[in-house]
Design a binder for this molecule. Structure first.
Ligand code: NAD
Length: 275
C-alpha cells in the first residue's frame, strides 16, 4: 500500500501562496473565535503561524465562549464590510445553541475562504465560482497531486456534513466521478464503501473503516481527526487493517490536515486578488 502524505503538497501550495500574497495588497485573514476548546484554539494558532510564514496577516478576533449569536453575527458582518480584510473564518465549536451555518450567512461570499456560508455551498452545487471548504478542497488537491483518475470512476464519501461530505460530493461530481454518499443511517456500510475505487472517510469515528470496507486497490483518503488517549490524533481508517487491501492511503496526521491549512491561506490570497 502506498502512503499519500500531504506535507510536500502543502509546502508547494504555501510556496505558490507566498508568491500570490506578494503580488498584490497584503492579504488579511480574520478568524472569529467563540470557544475555550483547547484543540480548536491550537488549530487557530497554527493557522496564524502558517499565515505569517506566507506573508498573510492573521487577526484572531476572540469573542470568548459566552459570546451571543448576535455578537458573532455583528462581528462577521463588520469584518465582511472592512476593505482591509480579505478572508473571514468562523472557527468551530460555537457556544451552545449557535448554528455555524446560520451565523456564516453574515460572511461575504467573496471573503468566505472556508466555504462556510450556505450561499457558497449552493454556488458550488450549481457549478458557479465559490470557495469550497478548505478540507473538501484538500481532498481534491491530494487526489490530483497523486494523479488519481476520477472520470467515470466510483467514488464513495462517508459523511454528509456541510463542511466535508456534501461539498466534496459536488467537487467529485464536477470531475465526472460516480458519487455515493454514506452517513450514520447507511445500512451495511461495508457493502457500499467496498464499491469505491476512491473512498473518502469523513465520519469522525476512529477506526470505522476496516479491511471489509475497502475494495482491493482502492485509493483511500482519511479526513478523520480523532483524538487519542495519549494526546495524538488518529483517522477514521484502521490503517493496519486495510494495509493489505487498499492501494493507497493518506496518513493521519500528515495527510489531509496540512493541505487543508495551506489551501485556507491560498483561498485568502486569492480573495485579496479578486477584481
Ligand atoms: P460531522 O460530525 O459534522 O459529520 C460526520 C458525518 O459522518 C455525518 O454526516 C454522519 O452521518 C457521518 N457518520 C457518523 N458516524 C458514522 C458511521 N458510523 N457510519 C457512517 N457515517 C457516519 O463531522 P465533520 O465536521 O464532517 O468532520 C468529519 C471528520 O473530519 C472529523 O473527524 C473531523 O475532525 C475531521 N476534519 C478534519 C479536517 C482536516 O483538516 N483534516 C477538517 C475538518 C474536519
Amino acid at each position: 500500500m502506498k502512503t499519500l502524505t500531504g506535507k510536500a503538497l502543502a509546502a508547494a501550495i504555501r510556496e505558490r501562496t507566498q508568491a500570490e500574497a506578494a503580488s498584490g495588497p497584503q492579504p488579511r485573514l480574520a478568524v472569529v473565535v467563540a470557544t475555550a476548546d483547547e484543540a480548536s484554539l491550537w488549530y487557530v494558532r497554527s493557522i496564524a503561524k502558517a499565515a505569517a510564514g506566507v506573508g498573510i496577516v492573521c487577526d484572531v478576533v476572540d469573542l470568548g465562549p459566552e459570546a451571543a449569536p448576535e455578537q458573532i453575527t455583528a462581528t462577521l458582518a463588520r469584518l465582511s464590510a472592512d476593505d482591509h480584510v480579505h478572508g473571514v473564518l468562523l472557527q468551530t465549536p460555537l457556544p451552545a445553541g449557535a448554528s455555524a451555518q446560520e451565523l456564516a450567512t453574515a460572511i461575504d461570499p467573496r471573503k468566505d475562504v472556508d466555504g462556510a456560508n450556505p450561499l457558497s455551498l449552493g454556488r458550488l452545487a450549481a457549478g458557479l465560482p465559490a470557495f469550497p471548504p478548505a478540507t473538501a478542497a484538500a481532498v481534491m488537491a491530494l487526489l490530483d497531486h497523486y494523479e488519481v483518475a476520477l472520470e467515470g470512476r466510483r467514488a464513495v464519501v462517508v459523511g454528509r456534513s456541510t463542511v466535508v461530505g456534501k461539498p466534496l460530493a459536488h467537487l467529485l461530481l464536477d470531475r465526472h466521478a460516480t458519487v455515493t454518499v454514506c452517513h450514520s443511517r447507511t445500512r451495511d456500510l461495508a457493502a457500499v464503501t467496498a464499491q469505491g475505487e476512491v473512498l473518502v472517510a469523513a465520519a469522525g469515528r476512529a477506526g470505522l473503516i476496516g479491511a471489509a470496507h475497502v475494495a482491493p486497490g482502492a485509493v483511500v483518503i482519511d479526513v478523520g481527526t480523532n483524538p487519542t488517549a495519549d494526546g495524538g490524533l488518529t483517522g477514521d481508517v484502521d490503517a493496519e487493517a486495510v494495509a493489505e487491501t487498499a492501494g493507497a492511503l493518506t496518513p493521519v496526521p500528515g495527510g489531509v490536515g496540512p493541505v487543508t491549512t495551506a489551501l485556507l491561506l491560498r483561498h485568502t490570497a486569492r480573495a485579496a486578488n479578486l477584481p
